[in-house]
Design a protein around this ligand. Structure first.
Ligand code: NAD
Length: 494
């Protein structure tokens, strides 16, 4: 099997044509249709990708099935699979600048964020590569004369439906864990951000992954995505995206009687107690909503402040917020453009509603001068105090809009923090260790940070939600339990 040509081919003048990776080959959509890749920083088309349909998804699922059941992939030992993943991590790490620049162009995120995403993706491949042969089963004491072994088995063919906000990281965490377990994967990236994932699949072939182990088909959610989610040839779905599409995915999984993980949205709170170290907290409070333009599932979009400290904290946050700068991804400022025109309009709609509701705007970020007219830029905005029932207190904006809200006491803070339909991540800032542990234990969500928020990419840390934020856990060693199932073998040797 020859590896495909690594560099994509020129399409029409000024654009580059990317291809699906199916069964170890670069292939266009069966019917030849394509979609445009638009750079959010200027609105210009710079690449094309296949607009895959059912036939393309069928081919990818069939290739994965063969790889899993009869191909070389299915015969590799856990150690051999792990080595391939480590090599993939090294290949990505060696191309952080190239891939980071591609990601920045494809998503509008600042260059340094594009590079950071590649560093994290490489680390996921390394983490799961070195974990592949550490996923042990167990034995269970049973009747005399019996031995009971519980092994961990791959599901078979896993489907991965990926959003556009952190494609590289989300691919790394879910595909890395799934391949480590021995599954064969079919990935459907988001139509707005596919390119780095096609490059990952090419690099996987370069470093020696057998054909069919890792297939990537691009296309629209309602076409390729729906065809993949409902395919009778898949055994498990890993979905990261919006709660609305998550419902469709879970319904499709139920029809095929297979499992799924749903990593959905959030309205994550950071609780600031009056005794908190505000010098440490303030930059983190701002960064938690500004990073990636607020297009982060775990964005800290609500800051809950003990009433006695409200004015002081609001002043510090507003001062810092007003310094936030928005620019073209090549300018590498605090944030770039929104992913597309629809997302820009969504954010602007929330801001317009908040203004119409009379919410005080405490600060706005600044747009760099002379930005391209076609770019999808919005000004970050800070509102407070935001009433508890307001949209900005309850709904995921998925943009750089931060809500400040006062609370009265610890019980009120917990009620407020848990008082949305979501439950993904929370933060607690306090000098009181006992209080921090009490509050952390009272949060209804998958991750809690104390005196910090987000750290080191979170590769090693189990991650996932409750309620409308989804179910199942990815990241860390725990993901290996999602992408495998136990098999109990009972041996009567008495
Ligand atoms: P989205 O749900 O619109 O799309 C996600 C993926 O689903 C894309 O690949 C899309 O093509 C596909 N899709 C769309 N319709 C489909 C259908 N009918 N059938 C099958 N697939 C379909 O989400 P998005 O706008 O790309 O991402 C933003 C959302 O993702 C936010 O709510 C954000 O919070 C969430 N998110 C969650 C996490 C997490 O780990 N919890 C991480 C990142 C993003």
């Amino acid at each position: 099997m020859n590896a495909p040509t690594l560099q994509p081919q020129p399409a029409t003048a000024g654009t580059t044509a990317y291809a699906n990776i199916v069964d170890g080959r670069r292939v266009p959509a069966a019917d030849g249709r394509t979609l445009d890749s638009v750079c959010p920083s200027d609105g210009a088309v710079f690449a094309t990708m296949p607009r895959s349909g059912r036939a393309d998804v069928d081919a990818a699922v069939a290739a994965a099935r063969v790889a899993f059941e009869t191909g070389p992939w299915g015969r590799l030992t856990a150690t051999e699979r792990g080595r391939l993943l480590v090599r993939l991590g090294e290949a990505v790490a060696a191309r952080v600048d190239e891939l980071g620049a591609l990601e920045a162009q494809d998503t509008g995120k600042p260059l340094s964020q594009g590079r950071a995403d590649m560093v994290a993706a490489a680390r996921y491949f390394e983490f799961y590569g070195t974990a592949a042969d550490k996923l042990h089963g167990e034995t269970i004491p049973f009747l005399n004369g019996y031995t009971v072994a519980v092994t961990r088995e791959p599901h078979g063919v896993t489907a991965h439906i990926v959003p556009w906000n952190y494609p590289a990281q989300i691919f790394g965490r879910s595909v890395g864990a799934s391949l480590a377990c021995g599954n064969a994967c079919v990935v459907k990236p988001a139509e707005d951000a596919c390119l780095s994932l096609l490059r990952f699949a090419e690099l996987a072939l370069e470093v020696g992954f057998p054909p069919g182990a890792l297939n990537v088909v691009t296309g629209l959610g309602e076409e390729a995505g729906a065809a993949l989610a409902s395919h009778s040839g898949i055994d498990f779905i890993s979905f990261t995206g919006s709660p609305e599409v998550g419902t469709l995915i879970q319904t499709a999984a139920a029809r095929n009687h297979i499992g799924c993980t749903l990593e959905l949205g959030g309205k994550s709170p950071q609780i600031v107690v009056a005794d908190a170290d505000l010098d440490a907290a303030t930059p983190v409070l701002v960064r938690a909503i500004v990073q990636n333009g607020g297009q982060t599932c775990s964005a800290g979009s609500r800051v809950l402040i003990e009433r006695s400290a409200y004015d002081r904290v609001a002043g510090l946050v507003a001062e810092r917020f007003a310094q936030v700068r928005v620019g073209h991804h090549l300018m590498d400022l605090d944030l770039g453009a929104m992913i597309n025109a629809g997302q820009k309009a969504r954010v602007e709609g929330f801001v317009a509603h908040a203004r119409a509701d009379g919410l005080p705007m405490l600060a706005e970020g600044r747009l760099a001068p002379d930005l391209p007219a076609g770019g999808f830029y919005v000004k970050p905005s800070l509102f407070g105090p935001v009433p508890r029932g307001n949209d900005l207190a309850q709904e995921e904006v998925f943009g750089p809009v931060l809500s400040l809200m006062p609370f009265d006491d610890e019980a009120d803070a917990v009620r407020l923090a848990n008082g949305t339909p979501y439950g993904l991540v929370a933060g607690v800032w306090t000098a009181d260790a006992r209080r921090s542990m009490r509050v952390a234990r009272a949060m209804r969500c998958g991750q809690v940070f104390v005196n910090g928020y987000g750290a080191g990419g979170g590769i090693e840390l189990p991650f996932g939600g409750v309620k409308k934020s989804g179910h199942g856990r990815e990241k860390g060693f725990e993901a290996l339990y999602e992408f495998s199932a136990s098999r109990t073998i009972v041996i009567n040797h008495g």
